[in-house]
Design a protein around this ligand. Structure first.
Ligand code: FES
Length: 104
């Protein structure tokens, strides 16, 4: 059964930058945008590029390897992505005190 697991501290995150967390042996890319936290799988569906290292443009993360673009709210391809069928897992998040939790 999915449960919320601590992924990071709020202070580990920076606005508009990705942070890599390893949660239950899964690489998760965390993003803080306007005070809200979003979590998606770190590995790009194309060839596994590290999405936490990508460039964040609004709510879209651009894979640093070949430019695939995902919506960090859903993990789905952004409307103008070069491949509309790619997607990565997204995870529900919540903040409790100093901790960022994600539902795994
Ligand atoms: S690995 Fe991400 S676009 Fe190729």
């Amino acid at each position: 059964m999915p449960e919320f697991v601590k992924a990071a501290k709020v202070s580990d995150l920076k606005e508009d930058m990705g942070v890599l967390a390893i949660v239950n042996n899964v690489e998760v890319a965390l993003f803080l945008v306007e005070g809200s936290v979003y979590a998606i799988a770190n590995k790009c569906a194309h060839k596994g590029g590290p999405l936490a290292d990508g460039h964040l443009l609004g709510m879209d993360i651009i894979c640093p390897w070949h430019g695939m673009k995902y919506d960090i709210r859903t993990g789905k391809a952004a409307p103008d992505a070069w491949n509309k069928t790619f997607s990565v897992a997204s995870f529900e998040t919540k903040i409790e005190g100093e901790d960022v939790l994600i539902k795994m």
